[in-house]
Design a protein around this ligand. Structure first.
Ligand SMILES: [Zn+2]
Length: 237
């Protein structure tokens, strides 16, 4: 006797993907091939500007696509830090290019920090150095770029000056300042821009803004987001 094949009926599943598009305007810098989100206020946008005058909105914003970048043998993420997906992919390309250029091996020291984690960092720095010096180093929770998932603090193996101003003079620091834009990153707190950004020179703090905007800023030689988008300076809260 031949047993009949059991027919299984698959219940069709309708998957509805709904994407919530924030209200944005299209922005096409000279070298862009595709429009990018221009919103400087929506934390979903790669162009969002967060500073001491511009907290995240909502203030406890949490990105939904955080991933820990995987670097294989480059081993650039030994602490398992997380970034938003686009920044994560770009960080891999950046680390690979830096190594190929002979400028060293990138290490992500810090990347996404939640509101709660930023509160710990802020409280610690203020307790250690007092309110003024402490706040020059650490943002208040809700006011940190690290909370967007678009920013990372990096160092280079064996080159010293980890999270110090002298990182800008290392071969990695020099290469990053001149080439990170090719991968969509900017040195967010350049030298001599404290009155605009509210932060001291941080050659280690890279912010993902996407390739089009990073290139547009590089070509225009405008190094802060505040100046590029004609936003008020944010020296203080
Ligand atoms: Zn940072």
């Amino acid at each position: 006797m031949v047993r009949g094949t059991k027919n299984r009926s698959l219940i069709g599943t309708t998957i509805v993907l709904s994407f919530l598009f924030p209200s944005v305007t299209n922005f096409t810098p000279a070298h862009a091939t595709t429009p990018i989100l221009e919103s400087t206020t929506d934390p979903e946008s790669t162009s969002v500007v967060v500073n001491k005058q511009r907290p995240l909105d909502p203030i406890q914003y949490i990105p939904q696509d955080l991933v820990a970048p995987q670097f294989g043998s480059l081993n650039a993420n030994p602490y398992g830090r997380k970034l938003r997906k686009a920044a994560s992919t770009a960080s891999y390309k950046l680390a690979k290019a830096m190594k190929s250029a002979g400028k060293g091996r990138l290490v992500i020291q810090s990347a996404y920090r939640s509101f709660a984690e930023q509160k710990v960092v802020h409280d610690r720095q203020v307790a250690k150095y007092g309110i003024e010096a402490g706040e020059a180093l650490a943002a208040r929770p809700g006011f940190s770029e690290h909370q967007t998932g678009w920013a990372m603090d990096v160092s280079a193996r064996g080159q010293g000056c980890q999270i110090r101003v002298c990182f800008g003079q290392t071969k990695a620091g020099i290469w990053l300042a001149n080439n990170a834009y090719r991968y969509g990153f900017i040195v967010r707190y350049p030298n001599n821009a404290t009155a605009i950004t509210g932060y001291q020179y941080e050659p280690w703090h890279l912010r993902y803004v996407g390739k089009a905007l990073a290139r547009a800023m590089f070509d225009a030689q405008v190094h802060t987001l505040e100046q590029y988008f004609d936003l008020p300076a944010a020296p203080n809260y």
